[in-house]
Design a protein around this ligand. Sequence first.
Ligand code: HEC
Length: 126
Amino acid sequence: MRLKMKLLMIFLVLVGFMGESYARAYTDENEAVKKGWQHFKMFCANCHGKHADGKGPLVEAMKLMLSDLTTLKQTGDICIAERVLRAVSGVHDVPEGQEQKMPVFSGNLESITIYEITQFLKAIQK
Ligand code: HEC
C-alpha cells in the first residue's frame, strides 16, 4: 500500500472515532447539520453551490464538472463520510480523462468541521 493511502486510512479511522464522540457531544443532532451548512457555504459553495447542487458561482469561470452532492447516496457504494473525506484529502475519483480540480482541504479544516459538513451533506441527500 502506498504511504499516502496508509496515511489516509489512519486519518479515516481517527476521524471515524472522533465522529462517534462528537455525535455524542451534540445535544441536538440538527446543531451539527446547521454548523455544517455554515462551513459548507464558506468553504465549498463557491464551486458546489449553497445547496450542494453543483451550481456554484465558480463553475463557469473554472470550467468545473461537478456532480450534484445531494445524490451522493445514489452514486457508488462508498459511504458519504468517506466520499467527503476522500474529496477534502484529494484522493477522490475524478471523471475519466479529467484532472483533479478540487483543492485539498484536509490540512486546513479541523476534523470537527469535516464531520459537521458530512452531517449537513447526509441530511440533504435525496
Ligand atoms: C474550487 C472548487 C471546489 C471547492 C471550493 C470544493 N470543491 Fe468539491 N469538488 C470540486 C470538483 C471540480 C469536483 C469533481 C472532482 C474533481 O475534479 O476533483 C469535486 C468533487 C467533490 C465531491 C465528490 C467526490 C466523489 O466521490 O464523487 C465531494 C464530496 C466534494 N467535492 C466535497 C467538497 C467539500 C466538502 C468542499 C468544501 C470543504 C468542497 N468540495 C470544495 C471542486 C470544488
